[in-house]
Design a protein around this ligand. Structure first.
Ligand code: F6P
Length: 376
Protein backbone atom coordinates (compact mmCIF):
# COMPACT_ATOMS: atom_id res chain seq x y z
CA UNK A 1 0.00 0.00 0.00
CA UNK A 2 2.78 2.38 1.03
CA UNK A 3 4.65 1.51 -2.17
CA UNK A 4 1.61 2.14 -4.35
CA UNK A 5 1.36 5.54 -2.72
CA UNK A 6 4.95 6.38 -3.55
CA UNK A 7 4.24 5.49 -7.16
CA UNK A 8 1.40 7.99 -7.29
CA UNK A 9 3.60 11.08 -7.71
CA UNK A 10 1.97 11.73 -11.08
CA UNK A 11 -0.79 9.15 -11.21
CA UNK A 12 -0.89 5.69 -9.67
CA UNK A 13 0.44 2.76 -11.64
CA UNK A 14 -2.22 0.19 -12.47
CA UNK A 15 -0.80 -1.52 -15.50
CA UNK A 16 2.75 -1.96 -16.71
CA UNK A 17 4.22 -3.50 -19.84
CA UNK A 18 7.42 -5.46 -20.13
CA UNK A 19 9.33 -6.07 -23.32
CA UNK A 20 12.51 -7.79 -24.45
CA UNK A 21 14.46 -6.29 -27.35
CA UNK A 22 17.57 -7.12 -29.36
CA UNK A 23 19.35 -10.47 -29.36
CA UNK A 24 18.11 -12.84 -26.68
CA UNK A 25 20.30 -13.62 -23.68
CA UNK A 26 20.05 -16.33 -21.02
CA UNK A 27 18.20 -14.82 -18.05
CA UNK A 28 15.48 -12.93 -19.94
CA UNK A 29 12.76 -15.24 -18.65
CA UNK A 30 14.05 -14.92 -15.09
CA UNK A 31 13.76 -11.12 -15.35
CA UNK A 32 10.23 -11.42 -16.76
CA UNK A 33 9.20 -13.73 -13.92
CA UNK A 34 10.66 -11.41 -11.33
CA UNK A 35 9.02 -8.32 -12.85
CA UNK A 36 5.65 -10.06 -13.04
CA UNK A 37 5.66 -11.47 -9.50
CA UNK A 38 6.90 -8.22 -7.94
CA UNK A 39 4.44 -6.12 -9.97
CA UNK A 40 1.54 -8.38 -8.96
CA UNK A 41 2.62 -7.86 -5.34
CA UNK A 42 2.23 -4.13 -5.94
CA UNK A 43 -1.28 -4.77 -7.20
CA UNK A 44 -0.36 -3.95 -10.83
CA UNK A 45 -1.42 -5.72 -13.97
CA UNK A 46 1.37 -6.80 -16.36
CA UNK A 47 1.32 -7.08 -20.14
CA UNK A 48 4.14 -8.53 -22.22
CA UNK A 49 4.75 -6.78 -25.55
CA UNK A 50 5.55 -9.36 -28.20
CA UNK A 51 8.84 -9.19 -30.11
CA UNK A 52 10.30 -5.89 -28.95
CA UNK A 53 7.61 -3.33 -29.81
CA UNK A 54 6.19 -5.28 -32.77
CA UNK A 55 3.24 -6.42 -30.67
CA UNK A 56 2.19 -2.77 -30.59
CA UNK A 57 3.24 -1.73 -34.10
CA UNK A 58 1.95 -4.80 -35.91
CA UNK A 59 -0.86 -6.35 -33.83
CA UNK A 60 -2.23 -7.93 -37.00
CA UNK A 61 0.80 -10.27 -36.98
CA UNK A 62 -0.37 -11.78 -33.69
CA UNK A 63 -3.69 -13.64 -33.86
CA UNK A 64 -3.54 -14.09 -30.05
CA UNK A 65 -2.79 -10.41 -29.52
CA UNK A 66 0.39 -8.35 -29.62
CA UNK A 67 0.08 -7.79 -25.87
CA UNK A 68 0.13 -10.88 -23.66
CA UNK A 69 -1.37 -10.70 -20.16
CA UNK A 70 1.29 -12.05 -17.81
CA UNK A 71 0.07 -13.66 -14.61
CA UNK A 72 1.55 -16.09 -12.08
CA UNK A 73 0.65 -19.08 -14.23
CA UNK A 74 2.32 -17.63 -17.34
CA UNK A 75 5.64 -17.12 -15.53
CA UNK A 76 5.70 -20.39 -13.60
CA UNK A 77 8.75 -22.62 -14.18
CA UNK A 78 10.60 -20.26 -16.53
CA UNK A 79 13.53 -19.04 -14.40
CA UNK A 80 15.90 -21.62 -15.86
CA UNK A 81 14.72 -21.36 -19.48
CA UNK A 82 16.73 -19.67 -22.22
CA UNK A 83 15.03 -17.43 -24.79
CA UNK A 84 12.09 -15.19 -23.88
CA UNK A 85 8.45 -16.17 -23.54
CA UNK A 86 7.35 -12.90 -25.15
CA UNK A 87 9.78 -13.02 -28.08
CA UNK A 88 12.34 -10.49 -29.19
CA UNK A 89 13.70 -8.93 -32.33
CA UNK A 90 16.67 -6.88 -33.38
CA UNK A 91 14.70 -5.39 -36.26
CA UNK A 92 11.97 -2.78 -35.98
CA UNK A 93 13.77 -0.22 -33.81
CA UNK A 94 11.06 2.50 -33.28
CA UNK A 95 13.76 5.17 -33.59
CA UNK A 96 14.69 3.86 -37.04
CA UNK A 97 11.60 1.98 -38.15
CA UNK A 98 11.79 0.77 -41.77
CA UNK A 99 8.80 2.50 -43.37
CA UNK A 100 7.62 2.32 -47.00
CA UNK A 101 7.55 5.75 -48.67
CA UNK A 102 5.00 6.90 -51.29
CA UNK A 103 7.73 6.65 -53.96
CA UNK A 104 8.16 2.93 -53.22
CA UNK A 105 11.45 3.28 -51.33
CA UNK A 106 11.85 2.23 -47.69
CA UNK A 107 13.26 4.72 -45.18
CA UNK A 108 14.13 4.59 -41.50
CA UNK A 109 11.60 6.76 -39.63
CA UNK A 110 11.39 7.77 -35.94
CA UNK A 111 8.12 6.26 -34.73
CA UNK A 112 8.50 6.84 -31.02
CA UNK A 113 5.59 9.32 -30.98
CA UNK A 114 3.32 6.56 -32.34
CA UNK A 115 4.65 4.27 -29.64
CA UNK A 116 3.96 6.79 -26.86
CA UNK A 117 0.40 7.23 -28.15
CA UNK A 118 -0.15 3.47 -28.40
CA UNK A 119 1.10 2.89 -24.85
CA UNK A 120 -1.35 5.53 -23.61
CA UNK A 121 -4.18 4.01 -25.67
CA UNK A 122 -3.51 0.65 -24.00
CA UNK A 123 -3.54 2.41 -20.61
CA UNK A 124 0.00 1.29 -19.91
CA UNK A 125 1.33 3.44 -17.07
CA UNK A 126 4.94 2.28 -17.16
CA UNK A 127 7.32 0.10 -19.12
CA UNK A 128 10.11 -2.22 -18.01
CA UNK A 129 12.40 -2.40 -21.04
CA UNK A 130 14.83 -5.31 -20.96
CA UNK A 131 17.56 -4.92 -23.54
CA UNK A 132 20.99 -3.89 -24.63
CA UNK A 133 22.31 -0.63 -25.94
CA UNK A 134 19.70 -0.31 -28.73
CA UNK A 135 16.70 -1.14 -26.54
CA UNK A 136 17.86 1.13 -23.75
CA UNK A 137 18.38 4.00 -26.20
CA UNK A 138 14.75 3.51 -27.23
CA UNK A 139 13.76 3.41 -23.54
CA UNK A 140 15.62 6.68 -22.99
CA UNK A 141 13.77 8.29 -25.91
CA UNK A 142 10.45 7.14 -24.42
CA UNK A 143 11.42 8.50 -20.99
CA UNK A 144 12.25 11.86 -22.57
CA UNK A 145 8.77 11.88 -24.07
CA UNK A 146 7.20 11.41 -20.64
CA UNK A 147 6.75 7.62 -20.50
CA UNK A 148 7.59 6.09 -17.13
CA UNK A 149 10.27 3.58 -17.97
CA UNK A 150 12.95 1.56 -16.22
CA UNK A 151 15.60 -0.32 -18.18
CA UNK A 152 17.21 -3.67 -17.36
CA UNK A 153 20.66 -4.27 -18.89
CA UNK A 154 20.81 -7.42 -20.98
CA UNK A 155 23.46 -8.67 -23.36
CA UNK A 156 25.86 -11.54 -23.63
CA UNK A 157 28.35 -8.96 -24.98
CA UNK A 158 28.67 -7.15 -21.60
CA UNK A 159 29.24 -3.91 -23.50
CA UNK A 160 26.91 -1.67 -21.49
CA UNK A 161 28.43 1.11 -19.44
CA UNK A 162 27.43 1.89 -15.88
CA UNK A 163 26.78 -1.66 -14.79
CA UNK A 164 29.56 -3.94 -13.66
CA UNK A 165 28.00 -6.76 -15.64
CA UNK A 166 24.96 -7.49 -17.80
CA UNK A 167 22.96 -10.67 -17.40
CA UNK A 168 23.63 -13.31 -20.05
CA UNK A 169 27.36 -12.65 -20.12
CA UNK A 170 28.29 -15.19 -17.46
CA UNK A 171 26.39 -17.94 -19.28
CA UNK A 172 28.04 -17.08 -22.59
CA UNK A 173 31.52 -17.07 -21.04
CA UNK A 174 30.88 -20.32 -19.15
CA UNK A 175 29.70 -22.09 -22.29
CA UNK A 176 32.54 -20.73 -24.43
CA UNK A 177 35.02 -21.90 -21.78
CA UNK A 178 33.50 -25.37 -21.80
CA UNK A 179 33.86 -25.43 -25.59
CA UNK A 180 37.53 -24.45 -25.33
CA UNK A 181 38.07 -27.29 -22.84
CA UNK A 182 36.51 -29.72 -25.32
CA UNK A 183 38.51 -28.38 -28.24
CA UNK A 184 41.81 -28.88 -26.43
CA UNK A 185 41.64 -32.65 -26.60
CA UNK A 186 40.74 -32.84 -30.29
CA UNK A 187 43.32 -30.15 -31.16
CA UNK A 188 46.00 -32.09 -29.33
CA UNK A 189 44.95 -35.45 -30.80
CA UNK A 190 45.28 -34.09 -34.35
CA UNK A 191 48.12 -31.64 -33.65
CA UNK A 192 45.99 -28.89 -35.11
CA UNK A 193 45.44 -25.21 -34.63
CA UNK A 194 41.81 -24.65 -33.65
CA UNK A 195 40.49 -21.13 -34.20
CA UNK A 196 37.34 -20.38 -32.24
CA UNK A 197 35.19 -17.38 -33.17
CA UNK A 198 32.95 -16.00 -30.44
CA UNK A 199 30.30 -13.28 -30.43
CA UNK A 200 30.64 -9.98 -28.62
CA UNK A 201 30.14 -7.42 -31.35
CA UNK A 202 32.62 -4.52 -30.90
CA UNK A 203 33.74 -5.60 -27.42
CA UNK A 204 36.13 -8.39 -26.56
CA UNK A 205 34.71 -9.37 -23.16
CA UNK A 206 33.54 -12.87 -24.10
CA UNK A 207 36.71 -13.68 -26.05
CA UNK A 208 39.01 -12.37 -23.35
CA UNK A 209 37.29 -13.93 -20.34
CA UNK A 210 36.60 -17.29 -21.96
CA UNK A 211 40.03 -17.31 -23.59
CA UNK A 212 41.85 -16.77 -20.31
CA UNK A 213 39.59 -19.16 -18.37
CA UNK A 214 39.89 -21.77 -21.13
CA UNK A 215 43.70 -21.36 -21.39
CA UNK A 216 43.81 -20.29 -25.02
CA UNK A 217 47.20 -19.66 -26.60
CA UNK A 218 46.09 -16.52 -28.40
CA UNK A 219 43.12 -14.20 -27.98
CA UNK A 220 42.21 -11.56 -30.54
CA UNK A 221 39.84 -8.84 -29.38
CA UNK A 222 38.45 -5.75 -31.15
CA UNK A 223 40.20 -3.44 -28.69
CA UNK A 224 43.64 -4.65 -29.83
CA UNK A 225 43.99 -4.72 -33.64
CA UNK A 226 46.08 -7.79 -34.36
CA UNK A 227 49.20 -8.72 -36.28
CA UNK A 228 48.94 -12.42 -37.16
CA UNK A 229 52.70 -12.73 -37.43
CA UNK A 230 52.92 -12.62 -33.64
CA UNK A 231 50.25 -15.33 -33.36
CA UNK A 232 52.04 -17.51 -35.94
CA UNK A 233 55.32 -17.07 -34.03
CA UNK A 234 53.64 -18.14 -30.81
CA UNK A 235 52.21 -21.27 -32.50
CA UNK A 236 55.60 -22.20 -33.98
CA UNK A 237 57.35 -21.55 -30.66
CA UNK A 238 54.93 -23.92 -28.96
CA UNK A 239 55.50 -26.52 -31.66
CA UNK A 240 59.26 -26.11 -31.17
CA UNK A 241 58.74 -26.90 -27.49
CA UNK A 242 56.80 -30.06 -28.34
CA UNK A 243 53.32 -28.54 -27.95
CA UNK A 244 52.05 -29.30 -31.40
CA UNK A 245 48.60 -27.80 -31.15
CA UNK A 246 47.13 -24.42 -30.32
CA UNK A 247 43.82 -22.76 -29.47
CA UNK A 248 43.18 -19.29 -30.84
CA UNK A 249 40.09 -17.36 -29.72
CA UNK A 250 38.88 -14.67 -32.11
CA UNK A 251 36.21 -12.13 -31.21
CA UNK A 252 33.82 -11.63 -34.13
CA UNK A 253 34.63 -7.90 -34.06
CA UNK A 254 38.41 -8.32 -34.07
CA UNK A 255 40.31 -6.72 -36.93
CA UNK A 256 43.87 -6.74 -38.25
CA UNK A 257 46.10 -3.73 -37.69
CA UNK A 258 45.19 -1.24 -40.40
CA UNK A 259 42.41 -3.56 -41.60
CA UNK A 260 38.66 -3.89 -41.27
CA UNK A 261 36.14 -5.90 -39.27
CA UNK A 262 34.49 -8.79 -41.07
CA UNK A 263 30.90 -7.72 -41.79
CA UNK A 264 28.41 -10.27 -43.12
CA UNK A 265 25.40 -8.05 -43.73
CA UNK A 266 23.93 -4.58 -43.23
CA UNK A 267 20.18 -4.14 -43.48
CA UNK A 268 17.89 -1.15 -43.05
CA UNK A 269 16.62 -0.81 -39.47
CA UNK A 270 19.13 -3.34 -38.13
CA UNK A 271 22.70 -3.37 -36.87
CA UNK A 272 25.42 -4.74 -39.11
CA UNK A 273 25.99 -8.47 -38.71
CA UNK A 274 29.56 -9.46 -37.91
CA UNK A 275 31.17 -12.80 -38.66
CA UNK A 276 33.80 -14.60 -40.65
CA UNK A 277 36.93 -13.34 -38.93
CA UNK A 278 37.57 -16.77 -37.38
CA UNK A 279 37.75 -18.38 -40.81
CA UNK A 280 39.99 -15.64 -42.21
CA UNK A 281 42.37 -15.99 -39.26
CA UNK A 282 42.39 -19.78 -39.62
CA UNK A 283 43.24 -19.62 -43.34
CA UNK A 284 46.00 -17.09 -42.78
CA UNK A 285 47.52 -19.03 -39.87
CA UNK A 286 47.48 -22.26 -41.87
CA UNK A 287 49.50 -20.54 -44.54
CA UNK A 288 51.87 -18.80 -42.15
CA UNK A 289 52.58 -21.83 -39.94
CA UNK A 290 52.07 -24.73 -42.35
CA UNK A 291 49.92 -26.36 -39.66
CA UNK A 292 46.61 -28.06 -40.19
CA UNK A 293 44.03 -25.58 -39.00
CA UNK A 294 40.29 -25.69 -38.36
CA UNK A 295 37.86 -23.00 -37.36
CA UNK A 296 34.72 -23.23 -35.23
CA UNK A 297 32.08 -20.52 -34.87
CA UNK A 298 30.31 -20.71 -31.51
CA UNK A 299 27.85 -18.01 -32.61
CA UNK A 300 24.32 -18.33 -31.28
CA UNK A 301 25.21 -21.33 -29.12
CA UNK A 302 26.49 -18.70 -26.68
CA UNK A 303 23.01 -17.19 -26.42
CA UNK A 304 20.97 -20.33 -26.00
CA UNK A 305 20.26 -22.67 -23.14
CA UNK A 306 20.02 -22.49 -19.41
CA UNK A 307 21.36 -19.41 -17.63
CA UNK A 308 24.04 -20.04 -15.03
CA UNK A 309 23.08 -19.64 -11.37
CA UNK A 310 24.89 -16.28 -11.43
CA UNK A 311 22.79 -15.04 -14.36
CA UNK A 312 19.54 -16.36 -12.89
CA UNK A 313 20.14 -14.62 -9.61
CA UNK A 314 21.25 -11.40 -11.30
CA UNK A 315 18.17 -11.47 -13.56
CA UNK A 316 15.81 -12.03 -10.65
CA UNK A 317 17.49 -9.20 -8.72
CA UNK A 318 17.32 -6.87 -11.74
CA UNK A 319 13.62 -7.62 -12.32
CA UNK A 320 12.73 -6.98 -8.68
CA UNK A 321 14.84 -3.80 -8.66
CA UNK A 322 13.06 -2.50 -11.77
CA UNK A 323 9.65 -2.85 -10.11
CA UNK A 324 11.04 -1.36 -6.88
CA UNK A 325 12.21 1.65 -8.89
CA UNK A 326 8.81 2.19 -10.51
CA UNK A 327 7.08 1.78 -7.16
CA UNK A 328 9.37 4.44 -5.73
CA UNK A 329 8.36 6.82 -8.52
CA UNK A 330 11.61 6.55 -10.48
CA UNK A 331 11.76 6.72 -14.27
CA UNK A 332 14.38 7.15 -16.99
CA UNK A 333 16.82 4.95 -15.12
CA UNK A 334 18.56 1.65 -15.71
CA UNK A 335 19.06 -0.96 -13.04
CA UNK A 336 22.79 -1.57 -12.58
CA UNK A 337 24.92 -4.03 -10.67
CA UNK A 338 27.29 -2.29 -8.30
CA UNK A 339 28.35 -5.11 -5.95
CA UNK A 340 27.22 -5.90 -3.40
CA UNK A 341 24.11 -4.01 -4.37
CA UNK A 342 21.97 -2.92 -7.28
CA UNK A 343 21.61 0.77 -8.00
CA UNK A 344 20.02 3.03 -10.59
CA UNK A 345 21.75 5.10 -13.25
CA UNK A 346 20.17 7.56 -15.71
CA UNK A 347 19.41 5.81 -19.01
CA UNK A 348 21.08 8.70 -20.82
CA UNK A 349 24.36 7.92 -19.07
CA UNK A 350 24.05 4.17 -19.50
CA UNK A 351 23.70 4.44 -23.26
CA UNK A 352 26.19 7.23 -23.91
CA UNK A 353 29.15 5.02 -24.66
CA UNK A 354 29.94 1.37 -25.19
CA UNK A 355 31.86 -0.44 -22.47
CA UNK A 356 34.94 -1.84 -24.16
CA UNK A 357 37.68 -3.89 -22.54
CA UNK A 358 40.05 -1.36 -20.94
CA UNK A 359 43.54 -2.14 -22.18
CA UNK A 360 44.97 -1.59 -18.72
CA UNK A 361 42.55 -3.93 -16.96
CA UNK A 362 44.00 -6.75 -14.91
CA UNK A 363 42.49 -9.50 -17.09
CA UNK A 364 44.46 -8.19 -20.09
CA UNK A 365 47.53 -7.93 -17.87
CA UNK A 366 46.93 -11.46 -16.57
CA UNK A 367 46.62 -12.81 -20.12
CA UNK A 368 49.96 -11.26 -21.06
CA UNK A 369 51.62 -12.50 -17.87
CA UNK A 370 50.36 -16.02 -18.54
CA UNK A 371 52.01 -15.89 -21.95
CA UNK A 372 48.80 -15.66 -23.94
CA UNK A 373 49.40 -13.88 -27.23
CA UNK A 374 47.05 -10.94 -27.82
CA UNK A 375 48.20 -10.40 -31.38
CA UNK A 376 50.17 -7.28 -30.44
O1 F6P B 1 24.39 -8.49 -29.19
C1 F6P B 1 24.27 -9.87 -29.04
C2 F6P B 1 24.75 -10.58 -30.27
O2 F6P B 1 24.68 -11.97 -30.02
C3 F6P B 1 26.14 -10.17 -30.75
O3 F6P B 1 27.16 -10.78 -29.99
C4 F6P B 1 26.10 -10.61 -32.19
O4 F6P B 1 26.98 -9.86 -32.99
C5 F6P B 1 24.68 -10.35 -32.58
O5 F6P B 1 23.93 -10.29 -31.39
C6 F6P B 1 24.11 -11.38 -33.50
O6 F6P B 1 22.84 -11.00 -33.88
P1 F6P B 1 21.84 -11.93 -34.70
O7 F6P B 1 21.08 -12.74 -33.70
O8 F6P B 1 20.99 -10.97 -35.42
O9 F6P B 1 22.65 -12.81 -35.59
Amino acid sequence: MARAKRASRSHPIRRIAVNTGGGDAPGLNAVIRSVVLCALNEGWEVLGIRDGYNGIFKPEDYPDGGLVPLNRTRVRGITHLGGTIIGTTNRGNPLRYPTPMPDGTVKEVDRTDDLVRALAAHEIDAVVAIGGDGSLTIANALARKGVRVVGVPKTIDNDLSKTVITFGFDTAVSFATECLDRLHSTAEAHRRVMVVEVMGRYAGWIALNAGVAGTADAILIPEIPFDLRTVAKKILRRAGAGRNFAIVVVAEGAKPKGGKRSVLEKRLGALERLGGMGEKVALALAEMTGKETRHVVLGHLLRGGTPTAFDRLLSLRFGAAAVRALAAGRSGVMVALDPPTVRYVPLAQATRRMKLVPLDCDTVETARELGICLGE
